[in-house]
Write a new protein. Structure first.
Length: 335
């Protein structure tokens, strides 16, 4: 099978593109050619590249046609963040029976109501990112049901993997939180630490895309959550990471309006966004229809990422409080 991966050197694509080659598929990596993959793999030498600047090509009205000209059996779109982008690509693929697989986000749900949240729960997105991704999902599924567009949507949670910082137990990307837990320093958490985060390893997301390609008929016209089998409360996350570092948890809980005074405005805003969502999503549908079974628990995924951060000097082991700016690398786009 010939598969084009838009964003093939990104967080998910760095796992998916080589995985396709290992599975015997012909993989085409659609990217700008400005970033090395997050992981080395022998399969990269067997992968074809199509270097496209999506923003520039879309502005010229050509991106969809350029992708359609690749004549792929399946197109995995990992970099679509605007409804107009989704429409341009879908319209160009119309009539070719190419399976379009779109990367969504659990942010389409907005705040959790009943948990674990199923895919058919009403959408109540808030914030620009969640609203845009929900609009894309709605339009694509409408096209699937009304005109037979062969589309599948996978909704990842908080992406984790070696090479970037995971959402931490304070609900933001500040790596100094992990440093504090490693040293046994007191760590302040907002409220009672009972809000949730729902991680997923990028490799598990990549495998879910492969399963959706292989199970095309079951996947068509459907949305699926692809997250770890369980979510974590901020408190439980902090306690278990402290134990992993060989330290007793040294936690302090403050009302959010007090807690936010001790961190940067950016960290406070990211934490508030995650707390307001408090995602906890079901994977039963993906298990039943696709055979999805994540290999990583949330803690295993985070610990692998944190081990990479430690070995690459991103997390400092001493002399850093969780309220001070920490060395960091770019986090993934919100999922």
């Amino acid at each position: 099978m010939r598969v084009a991966v838009i964003g093939g050197t990104g967080h998910i694509g760095s796992y998916l593109t080589p995985l396709l080659v290992d599975a015997g598929d012909e993989a085409i990596c659609v990217c700008r050619g400005q970033r090395r993959p997050y992981r080395e793999h022998p399969a990269w030498s067997a992968i074809a590249y199509s270097h496209l600047n999506r923003a520039a090509e879309e502005e010229a009205g050509a991106f969809g046609e350029r992708v359609a000209q690749l004549n792929a059996d399946a197109v995995v779109d990992l970099t679509c963040y605007h409804p107009a982008s989704a429409r341009q690509l879908a319209d160009a693929l119309r009539g070719k029976q190419t399976h379009l697989l779109h990367c969504g986000t659990i942010w389409v749900h907005g705040p959790s109501a009943s948990v674990p949240t199923a895919e058919d729960e009403p959408r109540r997105p808030f914030g620009d990112y969640g609203i845009r991704k929900a609009a894309i999902e709605s339009w694509l599924l409408t096209q699937a049901h009304e005109s037979g567009l062969p589309v599948t949507i996978l909704h990842p949670g908080h992406l984790v993997g070696p090479g970037w910082a995971p959402i931490n137990p304070a609900g933001n990307f500040n790596t100094a939180v992990f440093a504090a837990l490693m040293r046994g320093d007191e760590l302040s958490l907002p409220n009672f630490g009972m809000e949730t985060v729902h991680h997923v390893h990028a490799e598990d997301v990549a495998r879910a895309f492969l399963l959706a390609i292989r199970n095309r008929e079951a996947a068509l016209g459907q949305s699926f959550h692809v997250v770890a089998a369980s979510a974590l409360t901020l408190r439980g996350y902090a306690e278990q990471m402290a134990a992993w570092f060989g330290q007793p948890p040294n936690l302090r809980f403050l009302p959010f309006h007090e807690w936010r005074q001790s961190v940067s405005e950016r960290d406070a805003a990211v934490t508030e966004d995650h707390m307001r969502h408090s995602p906890h999503c079901s994977i039963e549908k993906a298990r039943r229809l696709l055979g999805y079974e994540p290999r990583y628990t949330p803690l295993q995924a985070v610990q692998e990422s944190v081990s990479w951060l430690l070995s690459n000097g991103v997390i400092a082991g001493a002399g850093q409080s969780p309220q001070q700016p920490a060395p960091s690398i770019s986090p993934p786009a919100p999922r």
